[in-house]
Structures are given as structure tokens and as C-alpha cells.
Design a protein around this ligand. Structure first.
Ligand code: B12
Ligand code: SF4
Length: 486
């Protein structure tokens, strides 16, 4: 059987233009590997910019598929839904859709015209079973993890199958279906892989807890491959792609299990010895771990700050970490010689301008080399989505990216101060950073209070606004380090 995957891979800038991503996506690469191992054929239509109808139809038809498989995040689903309609009007081929969005919003996907099967959760076994049923002519509507549209318009809803726990039994991802000609520049020197699956935390804005909740064995959500299996995949990747200059571990947190990480680290040092980038979490970071990461070859660590307001983090975001833990984690990485990236959100529900400023100032204290700032988007099935619904905050359409500068939420403030804080996030964070380090410290504190006062002060708004704009024009880019890739 021939399965053609269609993978949308672009995001939108604030001005409405689209940026092609053009990256390897392991979800589809794993599925392709499992299908090929079972004797099936696969193809990929890698969609790196919003396509014309004819372009997409021609590409899919050219692969002569027996099954088309769309992959979709929440952001991409409005595109995928439209494309599935195009296919339904032109082709007589069964269509499945899997990925994060079908996992957490299965009902919406299953009801979409042109989608015959919505696939819940990790799908290596589900997709294989679906292919076998389609070949043998068996009724697929009872396959675990599959929501199947019946001819009478009803939907057969089969809960997710238990999480597979032996990740070593999976073949290495099939990267060969990706055409390097479509890669963005960042992808070429980067060897991307995942050494584990899942995250033990339940941050209320992140789709992890919603994804975890669909499985009958959620306690098994965090799983590790054996270090030998991970290193063997890296060796295979390096042997087949001479352009790779560094490794990117895409695991949500690479450092959750100390013992496993120590074994991986020893093997990586012995057999790979290549610089790498990974994600960690401040509550795992210590001087000791930072030293171990640096020694292993880690050059960049990405960690979430998300909100600089301690109470909000604790009570609304379910992120249990103190301000001191955050600053110490960034300092530990820096002292060990690694670069750091902080990830942050604004536009969170119940967030006011002073809380945006808390996040900015926390970045000032942490001195990350690169500060990623995104707009909060509520994902279906998450706790924060429920809160947004309870408070009737959702009023707009879904957007294609967390970097589009838009959100479907009613803005918590329309004041110039709020807009100014958000649009000058980097300038402010790096300026506060300078003030926190200033000597004498009293001069720094005076500068901090002055800057706070421009955005939060009670004095007449017009004069403050003019003063802020003068400051922002002067400080823009002044202290900002070069943007690092992560
Ligand atoms: C690598 C990664 C990326 C890559 C690849 C994108 C992608 N499609 O996942 C890049 C860098 C491009 C990326 C970009 C973005 N990402 Co990202 N990313 C990840 C990350 C860290 C790993 C994904 C991965 O490879 N997982 C491993 C594979 C094996 O698991 P999987 O993806 O779930 O795939 C399995 C199933 O879903 C299913 N499946 C998947 N596709 C298909 C297709 C078919 C036909 C079938 C049957 C089944 C199926 O089978 C797969 C194998 O078991 C995840 C977090 C995570 N831990 O999953 C976030 C994650 C997917 N990203 C997220 C976000 C928000 C983004 C961005 C929006 C950020 C932005 N730029 O604005 C963009 C959006 C990109 C887009 N086109 O929509 C969110 C998505 C939330 C949501 N509800 O949509 C996630 C879940 C992070 C989070 N925890 O919130 N991301
Ligand atoms: S720690 Fe990161 S990946 Fe894990 S639940 Fe929180 S935001 Fe998601």
C-alpha cells in the first residue's frame, strides 16, 4: 500500500506574510519508517508555504496514493481542513489525519469534510493496522486510536491505544522522505532527533497534559530510549548526511532522569563528540548538571521562563519554580560556558501590564543570550483553554503561529503602556539587565525605578509616553546580543 503524507510546515509573521519552515518532522518520519518496515511504500508532500489548490492536488495525485495522511498541529488545522475538502472533491482516496490537533481535538477533526479517519495519539501501530485493514477490505471502524467516519455520517470513536513503552523497538525515523531542497537554511547543519518522549509536568498552557490524558496508561507518558539506541541513530544520521554540524535534541526536557542522562552523556562523549543544543527546565538545572552538559558538548540550553510573575506561574500556569531557581539555572549554564535561550509568553489570560513587566525584568535578571517571546494561544483540551472559555475570553479566529503577534483572546488591556511593553520586550529586558548589573547598585536601582515609572507610573500619560518613546528609540538594539540559533 502507498501512503502519502501531507505535512504543513510554515508560520505567519505579524504582517501576514508566511515564513517557510522546511524542517524534518520526526512524527511523520517515524510513521514512514514503520510502514516501510512492514513492506508499504510512502511519499511526502512537504508543504512549506500555503499552496494553491491545483499545486496541492497535482502533488498528491503524482504520488498515486492508496491513503493520504495529513499531519496537523492546532495552528495548521484551518489549512488542513481546507485541503482535505479539495481532495474530497477531486480524488477518491481515503484520508487520515493525525498529530497533536487530532489528538486533543479529535471531534473537530473527525467531523471535518474530507477526513475519513482522525487518529488519536502516537500512531505507529494504528496507521499500520489501518493500512492492513484497507488492503484486506476489513472494516477499519474498530481500530484502537481511530475515529472513523461511517457512510451514514456517524463517527466510530475508538479510544487511544496504550502508549508503546519500548521505544527501542521502533525503527529509526525515515528522514529520506524529506527533500533537502525544501529545507530552510537552519535545517541543513542540524541533526534533529528525540531521545525520549513525553514530559512529566502539567503546565496549564502546554498541550502535553491534554495529549497525556487521552491514553489509558498516562503514567507511562515519559519514556526513554536506551542510550545505545540513541547514539546508534546519531551515528547513522551523521554517516548519511555530511552537512550536519550539530545535534538538536528535540525532547521536551533532556535532563529529567539523571541516571539515564549520565549514561547517554558517557556514550555520546565516547562515540559522537559533536556540539549539541537541548531543552531543559530550570528546576532540573544545577551547577553540577550544567557542568556535565557542557562537558558532553552542549553549547546552547533552552529553558522556559514563560512568566516572570511568581504567583501567576504558581497559581495559573502550574509551574512550580521560584524566581531564585530561575536566575540560578541561567547563571549555572552561563558559568559553565553555554549559551542560553529563554522562552516567554505574553497575552496570557488575567495578565496585566505589570505582569508583562515582571517577565521582562526576569529576563533582565537571567541574561539569556536569546529571548524568545511568543503570544499565548489557547490549545483545546488544556487547563488554560478551559479558563479562557470560563471567562469568555476567546473571541477571534485561530492564528497560524505563536509569532503572528495576534491571538484569539480578547486583549486584557488596550493601553499604550501594555502595547509598548510587549513590542519593546527585548529592548526593555536587555536594558533592565544592564541596570541590574550597574555599579554602584543604587544607580541601577534608580534607573530601574525610572523605567518602571515610564510604563506603570501614575503621572499624566502623554508626557510619560513621549519619554518612553524617546527611551525606546535610544535603547533599541543597543544591548541586544546576536540572535543565536536554537
Ligand atoms: C519538533 C517540534 C516542532 C517542529 C516540527 C513541527 C511538528 N509538526 O511537530 C517545528 C520546529 C517545525 C515546530 C514548529 C511549531 N511548533 Co512545535 N513542537 C515540536 C515538538 C518539540 C516535537 C514534535 C515531535 O517531533 N514529536 C515526536 C513525534 C514522534 O510525536 P508526534 O509529533 O506527536 O507524532 C505522532 C502522532 O502525533 C502521530 N502523527 C503525527 N502526524 C501524523 C500524521 C498521520 C497521518 C497520522 C495517522 C498520525 C500522525 O503519530 C506520530 C508518531 O507516533 C513538539 C512537542 C512534542 N514533544 O511533541 C512541539 C509542538 C508540536 N509544537 C508546538 C507549537 C505550538 C509549534 C509552533 C506553533 C510554534 C510556532 N512557530 O509558532 C510551530 C507550528 C508548526 C506548524 N507547522 O504547525 C506545540 C503544538 C501545540 C498544538 N496544539 O498545536 C507542541 C505540541 C509543543 C507543546 N507541547 O505545546 N515544532
Ligand atoms: S515543562 Fe515544558 S514541555 Fe513540559 S508541560 Fe511544561 S511547558 Fe510543556
Amino acid at each position: 500500500m502507498k501512503v502519502t503524507f501531507v505535512y504543513p510546515d510554515f508560520f505567519q509573521y505579524p504582517d501576514g506574510t508566511f515564513m517557510p519552515e522546511g524542517r524534518i518532522y520526526l512524527g511523520v518520519a517515524y510513521l514512514s519508517a514503520v510502514l516501510k518496515r512492514a513492506g508499504h511504500e510512502t511519499a511526502l508532500v512537504h508543504v512549506v508555504e500555503p499552496p494553491e489548490r491545483e499545486w496541492l492536488l497535482q502533488r498528491v495525485k503524482a504520488t498515486s496514493p492508496d491513503l493520504v495522511g495529513f499531519s496537523s498541529t492546532t495552528h495548521m488545522f484551518r489549512h488542513v481542513a481546507r485541503w482535505a475538502g479539495w481532495l474530497a472533491a477531486e480524488m477518491d482516496v481515503p484520508v487520515a489525519c493525525g498529530g497533536v490537533h487530532p489528538t486533543i481535538a479529535t471531534d473537530e477533526v473527525a467531523k471535518t469534510r474530507g477526513i475519513d479517519f482522525a487518529v488519536v495519539g502516537e500512531a505507529e501501530d494504528t496507521l499500520l493496522e489501518l493500512c492492513e485493514a484497507l488492503i484486506s477490505g476489513a472494516d477499519p471502524s474498530g481500530i484502537a486510536g481511530l475515529w472513523a467516519s461511517r457512510p451514514d455520517g456517524s463517527v466510530a470513536r475508538n479510544p487511544a491505544r496504550p502508549l508503546a513503552t519500548d521505544l527501542d523497538s521502533l525503527p529509526f525515523p525515515d528522514r529520506s522522505i524529506f527533500d533537502p531542497a525544501l529545507f530552510c537554511a537552519d535545517q541543513h547543519p542540524r541533526g534533529t532527533l528525540m531521545a525520549s518522549r513525553g514530559c512529566p509536568f502539567n503546565c496549564t498552557y502546554c498541550s502535553n497534559h491534554a495529549q497525556k490524558s487521552v491514553y489509558p496508561n498516562p503514567e507511562k507518558y515519559v519514556r526513554y530510549r536506551s542510550p545505545g539506541n540513541v547514539v546508534a541513530e546519531i551515528e547513522q544520521m551523521l554517516a548519511s548526511d555530511g552537512a550536519i554540524e550539530y545535534i538538536r535534541f528535540d525532547d521536551d526536557i533532556l535532563t529529567t532522569d539523571r541516571k539515564w542522562f549520565a549514561e547517554l552523556s558517557a556514550l555520546y562523549r565516547e562515540r559522537v563528540r559533536m556540539p549539541f543544543i537541548c531543552n531543559s527546565r530550570v528546576n532540573f538545572m544545577s551547577e553540577e548538571l550544567a557542568g556535565a552538559l557542557a562537558e558532553m558538548g552542549c553549547e546552547v540550553v533552552c529553558m522556559g521562563i514563560e512568566s516572570g510573575n511568581a504567583r501567576f506561574r504558581e497559581e495559573v500556569l502550574n509551574r512550580h519554580m521560584s524566581d531564585a531557581q530561575i536566575t540560578r539555572a541561567f547563571a549555572a549554564c552561563r558559568d559553565a560556558g553555554m549559551k542560553t535561550v529563554s522562552t516567554n509568553m505574553f497575552g496570557l489570560p488575567l495578565e496585566d501590564t505589570s505582569m508583562v513587566l515582571d517577565t521582562i525584568k526576569m529576563n533582565g535578571r537571567c541574561h539569556p543570550d536569546t529571548i524568545q517571546v511568543s503570544t499565548f494561544i489557547p490549545y483545546p483540551g488544556t487547563e488554560l483553554f478551559k479558563l479562557c472559555e470560563e471567562k469568555s475570553l476567546i473571541e477571534g479566529e485561530r492564528v497560524d503561529s505563536i509569532f503572528a503577534g495576534r491571538s484569539p483572546l480578547r486583549p486584557s488591556s488596550n493601553s499604550w503602556e501594555d502595547t509598548a511593553a510587549k513590542s519593546n520586550f527585548h529592548t526593555l529586558a536587555y536594558t533592565y539587565g544592564k541596570l541590574f548589573d550597574a555599579r554602584p547598585a543604587a544607580a541601577g536601582r534608580l534607573g530601574e525605578r525610572t523605567l518602571d515609572g515610564l510604563l506603570l507610573g501614575r503621572h499624566a500619560s502623554g508626557a510619560r509616553r513621549r519619554a518612553f518613546e524617546r527611551f525606546a528609540a535610544w535603547a533599541d538594539g543597543r544591548w541586544q546580543p546576536e540572535w543565536i540559533k536554537y
